[in-house]
Design a protein around this ligand. Structure first.
Ligand code: MN3
Length: 245
């Protein structure tokens, strides 16, 4: 009787020790993730960044007029509307990432325009006329997760082609450091607590008609295929390498 009691006490002590330990590990893991995520080039939500290249730099894949209207009208409108939407609210002092993590509790104007602003800044940065090299680390992670670069290409482009209406295709990193491909409607993104799967996006493709209609009209698949040629793999790798140690 006494022996059984001692055994029960011992088991419960070791169990409570174990769960405390795993909670701590989990907390540490998500803390590291958040830290490296914060250390990434975070977006100053009150600054409208310059386009990192000229309007015609991505020709022939993305034409000059589309780039000019997209950057200077659509993107600028999201930025202005976002700044107005958070003016005088608690969101003024929050990081844009923290706003996204709580977006289900925020007004629709913040979700649409804040998403629009953030998503486009990422989009400009992950494109380039001379794509650059993918890092060894990202290349290996892609091979491990998707089988090959060609498989990732297929998944990612399909995510863009099959998004009904307006939205985005993403390659992101989840909390455990795993890559995943997803798609979101409108100006949502994987940082938002309304996303089917949350993570930090390292590559984003705009599939709104305004991103391609002047050159490709209704042929979204042609634009999506063309987009693959202008991906700035150096920048995508930089983001990945910073998130996954
Ligand atoms: Mn757009």
């Amino acid at each position: 009787m006494k022996k059984a009691l001692i055994l029960i006490v011992l088991i419960s002590i070791s169990l409570s020790g174990y769960s405390e330990h795993s909670n701590r590990e989990e907390k540490k893991e998500s803390q590291n993730y958040i830290n490296s995520y914060r250390n990434m080039k975070t977006l100053n939500k009150f600054e409208f960044p310059a386009l990192p290249y000229s309007y015609d730099a991505l020709e022939p894949y993305i034409d000059k007029m589309t780039m000019e209207i997209h950057y200077d009208r659509h993107h600028r409108a999201y930025f202005n509307n976002f700044v107005n939407a958070i003016k005088g609210t608690e969101m003024e002092s929050m990081s844009i990432e923290d706003i996204f993590e709580n977006i289900s509790k925020m007004p629709a104007s913040v979700r649409n325009n804040g998403g629009g602003f953030y998503n486009h800044v990422l989009y400009w940065e992950v494109m380039s006329p001379n794509g650059g090299e993918i890092s060894e680390k990202l290349k290996n992670a892609i091979d491990q997760k998707f089988g090959s670069m060609d498989e990732l290409k297929k998944l990612f482009l399909d995510a863009g082609k099959s998004r009904f209406g307006s939205g985005w295709a993403w390659l992101s990193v989840d909390k455990s450091g795993q890559l995943f491909v997803s798609s979101t409607p409108n100006q949502d993104n994987p940082l938002m607590d309304v996303a089917d799967k949350m993570g930090v996006p390292i590559l984003g493709m705009d599939v709104w008609e305004h991103a391609y209609y002047l050159k490709y009209q209704n042929k979204r698949p042609d634009y999506v295929e063309a987009f693959w040629n202008v991906i700035n793999w150096q920048e995508v790798s930089r983001r990945y390498d910073m998130l996954v140690k």
